[in-house]
Design a protein around this ligand. Structure first.
Ligand SMILES: NC(=O)c1ccc[n+]([C@@H]2O[C@H](COP(=O)([O-])OP(=O)(O)OC[C@H]3O[C@@H](n4cnc5c(N)ncnc54)[C@H](O)[C@@H]3O)[C@@H](O)[C@H]2O)c1
Length: 329
């Protein structure tokens, strides 16, 4: 992709968005970032991520707008900024369990907001859109590993249903308006600057504070964890490739190779902290999948890359960041 053009990234104060903007700017791209900095989790963490991006603001490579993607009028104006020819849409209401509590937030940001992004791409002749889907679209899929060719008609949470809707809506816009869309099905992403509502953060905090870890399903869930750098490298290769501009509609898994049981990965956190966890065993939450496991053959065929950072390496890196960020050394 031509570096004279600009990339619009939504959700740029979020975990994945922040890392992506950092990578894009350090590789010479200019980024327009949008985020509404909502308080679903610690707003200070979102602001700290944005502060980290200040050097790119100073160099003129990163321009940030605090806007809500649900507000079509405001978003339309941002899409008119000269030179935008690529959109990476990461803004969404994330989290499976919170979708039981506040489903409307998901419909607003993930369905209405996504519609607004599609319409803005259409009316501004932006033909390249990458957006975040999720491994949660695989629902109760029993076939392991999950492949992009599997049927995914049974989402088991409203969060998953909104992500599946995004895939359908993207298909329609690719078909009608020739927009090249790539939906990325991320599998449990973790690493420095990660989300406080996700298990690595929650478990680390519980161990440090001598609190019991609330363990649903006796910790028998298995997850394909993906280290943040693997996510960013995969997205970067997709953007940098000229070949991919030709594909109209694509769905891709980005998931770490090693699936691990929650209990085993808590042991890795314990080891990194040199401290033992205490548990509160709870029944299964039926909005959560029992097992996730990613096939990344398609990603590898397209980009020559598949996630490679092992959970044994990733967890100590995450814990190191956590202790530094929260001044706990
Ligand atoms: N982190 C994961 O494990 C994971 C897994 C699967 C899919 N995803 C998807 O990847 C994307 C990024 O996830 P993340 O982990 O960085 O989450 P995140 O919550 O850290 O980032 C999302 C950002 O979007 C912003 N946002 C939310 N609603 C908005 C709105 N209406 N208008 C403008 N900004 C809004 C939030 O303020 C936040 O900063 C999301 O779409 C998420 O659903 C993440």
């Amino acid at each position: 992709m031509n570096k004279n053009n600009k990339i619009l990234v939504t959700g740029c104060a979020g975990f994945i968005g922040f890392h992506l903007v950092n990578k894009l700017c350090s590789q010479g791209y200019t980024v327009i970032g949008i985020d509404n900095i909502n308080d679903y989790y610690d707003v200070d963490l979102k602001k700290s991520r944005l502060n980290e991006l200040n050097p790119h603001v100073k160099s003129g490579q990163f321009i940030f707008y605090k806007e809500d993607i649900v507000n079509l009028e405001k978003i339309e104006k941002l899409f008119k900024i000269d030179g935008i020819n690529y959109v990476i849409h990461l803004a969404a209401q994330a989290g499976v369990r919170y979708s039981l509590e506040n489903p409307h937030a998901y419909i607003q940001s993930n369905v209405v907001g996504f519609m607004n992004i599609l319409e803005c791409c259409r009316h501004n002749k932006i033909n390249n859109l990458i957006y975040a889907s999720s491994s949660s679209v695989y629902g109760g899929n029993k076939k392991i590993p999950f492949s992009e060719d599997d049927r995914v008609d049974s989402p088991i949470s409203i969060y998953a249903a909104t992500k599946k809707s995004n895939e359908l809506m993207a298909y329609t816009y690719s078909h009608l308006y020739n927009i090249n869309t790539i939906g990325l099905r991320f599998f449990t992403v973790y690493g420095p600057w990660g989300r406080p509502d996700m298990s690595p953060h929650i478990f680390t905090a519980s161990i440090l504070n001598n609190e019991k870890i609330k363990l649903f399903n006796n910790g028998e869930h298995t997850r394909s964890f993906t280290y943040i750098d693997d996510i960013i490298e995969s997205i970067y290769r997709l953007i940098d490739s000229d070949e991919l501009q030709l594909k109209k509609y694509l769905l891709l898994n980005i998931g770490g190779g090693d699936s691990i049981q929650l209990m085993d990965y808590i042991k890795l956190i314990e080891k990194s902290l040199s401290k033992q966890a205490k548990y509160d065993f709870l029944p299964r939450c039926y909005a959560e999948m029992e097992k996730t496991s990613a096939s990344t053959n398609q990603l590898f065929d397209l980009t020559g890359y598949a996630p490679k950072i092992k959970i044994k390496e990733g967890i100590p890196r995450f814990v190191k960041w956590y202790l530094e960020y929260y001044n706990m050394y």
